[in-house]
Design a protein around this ligand. Structure first.
Ligand SMILES: *Cc1c(COP(=O)(O)O)cnc(C)c1O
Length: 382
């Protein structure tokens, strides 16, 4: 291999996860796969191709650049851009029937201008501000928005009506999410009065689908759970009746592996790597792994992370370097140069999960996954 590590993505784990999600949502609910952030680190194009083969044909991204990549790979898939669009990208999106969120009047007017120039219909999703306070029209603006859309129905098609919840993963935010749900209901009443009939009403992300099933409506935008991760531990516990064990409801798609680059014998009392944070407690054998923080392996795992070699856990000794880390293999028999190293994933019945890899809780799976660099090769497995 030329690269120092490799990621593999399991298609059968994906099938398991989407079967669970679809069952959870029930019939008649469109599943939209959220693939921003390089498909949460899984590799945008390889991931969407695999998903498409498994019957998923609707994808949501944040940028037009991501939408462009998917369109080239899967010309027939439906796409939504949930974030940034400018004049150029709107031109491209409208020409190619790519859908996009609209959350202010400037963008609404720009979409109309471009659609009329192209003599095409812009397929828009109106996003409502219900309390996240990021993007979205205020409820008080909606009547004007609806009138505008009705006036310009030659060029604007209201494909979706949406909002996004701020913290549906935790009961701590329950009051805030309930307020959002109420406001979105109010917004839907205004929509009803306007007589506009979007194809999709959507608000549920993974956490809302699990913790507030009343938000499922006729479409869901699911990110983290399709990749086999719970939005946070609390959501797992609430579903799973107080157990923290992953009960096999979801399966992780990703494993990350490397190889032993070299071995090093050190004496009791020697220091390892930069500075003096690790001192050998005995004569030891270290394996050097060619992965560091430049590859998305967090420096915060210095002296605390673990990898798997020959089916055994090998703890990190010293600081995670930019391109390398050292692990203690003194207790593992017969370790050799080029032995497989599992950074995330399973070997001989033991598992390093992204969460324990980070030794952390809530929300941080998202960050660790998306930090995995674009240029590590992703291979799809059955
Ligand atoms: C990221 C995102 C989602 C998906 O969230 P998950 O928690 O990964 O399911 C849905 N909607 C919007 C607007 C998002 O930004």
């Amino acid at each position: 291999m030329f690269e120092t590590s490799a990621l593999s993505i399991s298609s059968s784990a994906y099938q398991n996860n989407i079967a669970f999600i679809k069952k959870r949502c029930g019939d008649g609910v469109r599943f939209c796969s959220v693939v921003k952030g390089n498909a949460y680190g899984h590799g945008l194009v390889p991931f969407v191709k695999m998903a498409y083969q498994n019957g998923v044909d609707y994808f949501a991204v944040y940028s037009s650049a991501e939408a462009f990549e998917i369109k080239n790979a899967l010309p027939n898939a439906d796409l939504i851009i949930m974030g940034m669009t400018d004049e150029n990208s709107l031109n491209w999106a409208i020409s190619n029937a790519v859908e996009f969120f609209i959350f202010d009047f400037e963008k609404l007017k720009l979409a109309l201008k471009i659609a009329s120039q192209l003599n095409k219909k812009a397929k828009i999703h109106i996003e409502v501000e219900t309390g996240m306070n990021r993007t979205g029209f205020l409820i008080s603006e909606l009547t004007e928005v609806f009138n505008f859309i009705k006036q310009h129905s030659n060029f604007i098609e209201l494909t979706g009506f949406a909002t996004h919840y701020a913290g549906a993963e935790s009961l701590v935010n329950d009051f805030r999410v309930r307020e959002q749900i109420n406001l979105f209901t109010e917004a839907q009443n205004l929509l009803l009065q306007s007589a506009l009939k979007p194809k999709y009403i959507h608000s549920a992300c993974s956490a809302a689908m699990m913790n507030y099933p009343e938000t499922i409506s006729n479409m869901v935008r699911i990110g983290i759970m399709q990749y086999g991760f719970w939005p946070n531990e609390e959501t797992l516990i609430r579903y799973n009746g107080n157990s923290r064990e992953n009960d096999g409801t979801l399966n992780r798609l990703m494993s990350w592996s490397s190889k032993v680059m070299t071995l090093k014998r050190i004496k009791k009392g020697d220091y390892v790597g930069y500075n003096t944070s690790f001192q050998a407690y005995a004569d030891m054998t270290l394996a050097v792994i060619p992965v560091g923080y430049a590859y998305g392996y967090s420096r915060s795992l210095s002296n605390s992370g673990k990898v798997l070699i020959r089916g055994e856990e090998a703890p990190i000794c010293g600081i995670v370097n930019m391109n390398a880390l050292c692990v203690d293999v003194s207790h593992i028999d017969d370790v050799k140069i080029n032995d497989d190293v599992i950074l995330i994933g399973s070997q001989a019945g033991k598992t390093i999960s992204v969460a324990s890899f980070g030794n952390m809780s809530d929300q941080l799976n998202y960050e660790l996954l998306t930090r995995l660099p674009y240029d590590i090769p992703r291979t799809i497995l059955d």
